[in-house]
Design a protein around this ligand. Sequence first.
Ligand code: UDP
Ligand code: MG
Length: 135
Amino acid sequence: MTERTLILVKPDGVARGLVGEVLRRIERKGYKLVALDLRQIDRATAERHYAEHHDKAFFSDLVDFITSGPLVAGVVEGDDVIVAWRTMMGATNPVSAAPGTIRGDLATQMQLNVAHGSDSVLSAQREIGIFFPDL
Ligand code: UDP
Ligand code: MG
């Protein structure tokens, strides 16, 4: 089924010059970019985006990190792209992310794991609404 997902190249990925690498994988896979923007988000936006993690011990560090510099936000469209993009990113913890995945190939630390992807149709709708309310 054709779906849309929010993707982020997080501030660590932008700072390391990995935007092209991440977008290259999306385009080569065959997905379509329908929105793309380099921006720095404020704390209120970050707290909305990561609301599900509000009570976790890592929440404030995560908000510090995601607001620490510019990120690239995008909306990607394609067949079953929500699950497929998460497969392409690999496990949240780069230590256990499979080789060949973004996190498996490009990251070493849990927080600094380069990319984000929505985890369900509902999350995708919610997150796209936060980053691209006009879509
Ligand atoms: N994160 C962290 N410490 C943790 C778990 C997560 O710093 O113990 C960060 C990490 O950057 C992760 C983000 O919080 O990508 C959101 O966590 P989630 O469990 O939603 O992982 P994701 O959906 O990004 O794979
Ligand atoms: Mg998540």
